[in-house]
Design a protein around this ligand. Structure first.
Ligand code: IP8
Length: 245
């Protein structure tokens, strides 16, 4: 069982609101077709969900955010999710849409439902879930990031590998010189120095990846512009990117 998170920066153009990177999504879908092991897809918000959550000042902390904001952020995620589902189906994959409300109640995961996601992946379907605007209770809502979903799923499902697909080669020890960290064991990367966005951007990714690796599970950061690298990691144990273990 493999978990794959398609980051918002790879599936959308973060510079322009509401712009999917359709060609890149299709290229990734074509490579995913080669994977023979069950896998689950989680995707981020990029210039869809993030764009609106900034506009409506919504965050991961549960609070009484503008309800219109909740509606608009969620609608935009459904819109982006549909683009992913259509691309997958067009490339002869069998995506099965699972909004996080299908396995979350408030901000807690429902273990039986999470286990069901795995069962779905083990059939001939690919569960596709995403970061979303969520109902929390007591008139509050919150933004659930796709990165957080990765550690929620990993905790119960213990995937053989958790992959974060990025718009860069992996984690750099120095952003300016683009010196890539191949193995996090060799490096105490400074999480504080990494760029941020609403749900934490690279910082959150590193935090969730570290959390998953501390569960004794392997995590891999890879460049989605070279989608063959995703397949190489899964099928050939060849890791061109950053490994956490
Ligand atoms: O891009 C957050 O998911 P992420 C999605 O994985 C929203 O942080 C709704 C902003």
């Amino acid at each position: 069982m493999i978990l794959i998170k398609l980051g918002g920066s790879i599936i959308t153009n973060k510079e322009r609101p509401l712009s999917p990177r359709t060609k890149t999504i299709n290229n990734i879908a074509k490579q995913l077709k080669k994977i023979s092991e069950p896998f689950i897809i989680v995707h981020g918000g990029g210039s869809f969900g993030h764009y609106w959550s900034v506009k409506y000042d919504m965050h991961t902390k549960p609070a009484k955010y503008d309800y219109h904001g909740v509606a608009i952020v969620k609608n935009s995620m459904i819109q982006l999710n549909k683009i992913i589902l259509d691309s997958f189906a067009k490339n002869k994959l069998n995506p099965y849409c699972l909004p996080p409300t299908d396995f979350m109640a408030g901000n807690k995961s429902i273990t039986s439902k999470v286990k069901e996601v795995k069962k779905i992946a083990e059939s001939n379907l690919i569960p596709v879930t995403f970061g979303d605007a969520m109902w929390y209770g007591q008139k509050k809502s919150y933004i659930l990031s796709g990165d957080k979903i990765m550690s929620i799923l990993a905790k119960t499902l213990r995937p053989r590998l958790s992959i974060f697909v990025l718009n860069v080669d992996g984690l750099y020890s120095d952003f300016k010189t683009k010196l890539l960290i191949h193995d996090m064991r060799d490096q105490q990367a400074s999480i504080q120095d990494t760029p941020m966005d609403v749900t934490g951007g690279m910082k959150r990714k590193v935090e969730e990846a570290t959390k998953i690796s501390k569960m004794g599970l392997k995590v891999f950061f890879v460049n989605g512009n070279k989608p063959q690298r995703i397949v190489d990691a899964i099928q050939k144990n060849k890791f061109e990117g950053t490994v956490f273990r």
